[in-house]
Design a protein around this ligand. Structure first.
Ligand code: NAD
Ligand code: DAU
Length: 334
């Protein structure tokens, strides 16, 4: 089978490309990626020479590029997105373009070409915050940031193509994902890289916001299962059993690095900061998914990876300085 993966040069997309090629000899993958600030082909060095893999640089908003990249593909797994909440608070335009309009372009092209399966990788953030209990796929969506609102648009659009045009479209809603090669603006690689550079770790607000943590390979296996077995027009939550406050997460990172708690710098909260994300993945578990990577081990291996791959994240941190300065100026917490 030939599939198109969008955003395959990003963090989760690159893990998915490598996993799929490793585990399914008959798969052939076209990776459509614009290579925005967060895209990096270094993540795909090990598959660059694989004849079953082809890289296509292009924008999901560009209908002719999408048409060309999708030629001959029977399935689409769509991950390309603007993904960082803090960036969406500064300027939402790219989020609206890529996450909403880009998804429309892909769906429309897939419909016209008679693509067999289309999976959109959405997020737990579309449900919004919840104090107690867990959201199921039947709960209404209540996104709050420009990021989560544009992801909800992509999520709904995908489902609408199943309802309206009969496209075999499926959505996955994953929780906070971590692992090697994650762009060092997200909290785990950001805090590890700051600690290794002797800098303070900017913990937002009271640090008691809660996130559910999912190892990247577990997330990828869940996407592959939903692609294979997911029912037309359905959404599938993906979450682990590990939820914790940001303060506790930070404490564990510092412990692994043998650094003192005085490295933490409490800073002004993120505007509109969702307090807690919590979803039930019972529906996906019923299809046979379960985590393989216990949190403790995955966090230890991840921290170790960043310790061993300093040159990879250092060059990115240098380039992303502008954003942090701009963000700190706007919100006093960069
Ligand atoms: P990432 O920021 O690391 O990668 C995004 C990729 O998309 C990059 O390679 C980038 O170049 C590409 N891209 C961006 N705009 C594009 C465009 N217009 N055309 C083509 N390519 C474009 O993101 P990630 O963390 O790997 O997230 C991947 C997907 O998973 C996203 O859809 C995100 O919303 C979703 N998700 C992420 C998490 C998480 O915790 N990281 C959790 C749940 C869902
Ligand atoms: O829940 C899934 C989502 O997880 C994905 O859809 C998004 O693409 C991904 O970016 C992530 O969103 P978050 O906003 O939860 O991730 P982030 O790493 O930015 O922040 C995680 C938590 O850490 C959040 O509560 C904010 C806090 N934080 C973050 C940063 C960057 C800090 O306290 N300080 C920081 O400097």
């Amino acid at each position: 089978m030939k599939v198109l993966i969008t955003g395959g040069a990003g963090f989760i997309g690159s893990h998915l490309v490598r996993l799929w090629l490793r585990e399914q000899p008959s798969i052939s993958i076209v990776n459509l990626d614009k290579l925005t600030y967060s895209g990096d082909l270094a993540r795909l060095e090990e598959v660059g020479a694989d004849r079953r893999y082809r890289f296509f640089q292009g924008d999901v908003c560009d209908a002719s590029a999408v048409d060309e990249a999708m030629e001959g593909c029977e399935g689409i797994v769509h991950l390309a997105a603007e993904t960082h909440v803090d960036r969406s608070l500064l300027d939402g335009k790219a989020f609206i373009d890529t996450n909403a309009y880009g998804t429309y372009v892909l769906l429309e092209t897939a419909r016209k070409k008679g693509v067999k399966k289309f999976l959109t990788v959405s997020t737990d953030e579309v449900y919004g915050s919840r104090e107690k209990g867990h959201f199921t796929e039947k709960d209404p969506l209540n996104p709050t940031s420009p990021y989560s609102i544009t992801k909800a648009a992509a999520d709904f659009l995908t489902q609408s193509y199943a309802a309206t045009y009969g496209l075999h479209a499926v959505v996955t809603r994953g929780s906070n994902t971590f692992g090697p090669f994650q762009y060092p603006e997200k909290v785990i690689p950001l805090f590890v890289s700051k600690a290794l550079s002797g800098k303070k770790l900017p913990l937002y607000g009271d640090g008691l916001h809660v996130r559910n943590w999912l190892a990247v390979e577990d997330h990828c296996r869940a996407i592959l299962l939903a692609f294979r077995k997911g029912r037309k027009g359905e959404a599938y939550n993906i979450s682990s059993d590990t939820e914790m406050t940001n303060r506790e997460l930070t404490r564990r990172i510092l412990k692994l690095l043998d650094k003192p708690a005085s490295c933490i710098q409490p800073v002004k909260d993120r505007p509109g900061h969702d307090r807690r994300y919590a979803i039930s993945s019972r529906k996906l578990r019923a299809l046979g998914w379960k985590e393989r990577f216990p949190f403790e081990e995955a966090l230890r291996d991840t921290v170790q990876w960043y310790c061993q791959n300093v040159s990879w994240w250092k060059s990115i941190v240098e380039k992303s300085r502008d954003f942090r300065t701009y963000y700190a100026k706007a919100y006093g917490n960069g």
